[in-house]
Design a protein around this ligand. Sequence first.
Ligand code: AMP
Ligand code: MG
Length: 333
Amino acid sequence: MVIILGIESTAHTFGVGVVKEGKVLANKRNMYTTESGGIIPTESAQHHCECKNELYFEALDEAGLAGKENKIDAIAFSQAPGLAPCLLEGMKFAKELSKRLGKPIVGINHCIAHLEIGNVTGAKDPVMLYASGANTQIIAYAAGKYRIFGETLDLGVGNFIDTVARFAGMGFPGGPILEKLAKESSNYIELPYKVKGMDVAFAGIQTKLRQMIESGAYKLSDLAFSLQETVFAMLVETAERALAHTGKKELLLGGGVACNARLQEMCKIMCDERGCKFFVPEKPLLVDNAAMIAYLGEIMFKAKVNVFQPDELDKIDILPRQRTDEVNVGWKD
Ligand code: AMP
Ligand code: MG
């Protein structure tokens, strides 16, 4: 029986999770938020530092491991990609625990963890539409690697939505507020549609929406509705093309934007039309979380991939810009 403790710290969320033989025993998280503006990396790292101990003990409690830390077999942490100060905070904590408990650590790619946790929902070999604040990618396993079939050429879809919401004077995060507003309208106003090959781009649409909001000539609910219809269609189009290209029969959602009911509905319609299965993890496993880090950590620990003993900790460092297709997937074969 293998028990893995996971640590997530790539951006705004610090999390501690516990997984035992593929079963999530604990999944604790705390999110850094701002009154206005986006994430300030050093402030977010400070947030992580302040909440790490509390979350750690809460997770142990929830997993029934209070006072039994020695039962943990390894510590998995988000090694890549993300904001360097935030990643460093998580790694520091992982290394402290590794030394104190005398257990190895496992370095995890956060994007692949979003994909692997899809197994819990029943997905076996999916194409993943990963739509979060900073990331927008279509990822699938093909020819020995996790490959990015399409991605944003500029900003992540969540950051785009949050920025537009900010132009309209809404709070952060803007996604859920915009989703509610969009329900009040069915008046579609044409917006630029930016799909380039398998990639998508949001900066031009953002500029256009800013002008429309500043002109005062449009109802915000119409703009919210039109934004969702346009950019989600872009995402669904590229995801569908990846399904066609790879011949895979499953679509999986990941990332905070994937909480949006309209995006889920559009994905479901596309999958039904193609005869594909559609998977959405429950919210605690969809957003940034540490259970998915522990989950992939267990798989990699068992396969002895990217595992370091307490006396080798200087051999492992954060990889803020690691690309999904650079990851050694020794556990897959
Ligand atoms: P993540 O980076 O994966 O934690 O996701 C955070 C992003 O998801 C933020 O940009 C949010 O605005 C966005 N988000 C959360 N809920 C929703 C929603 N219901 N609709 C659209 N975007 C959302
Ligand atoms: Mg994420």
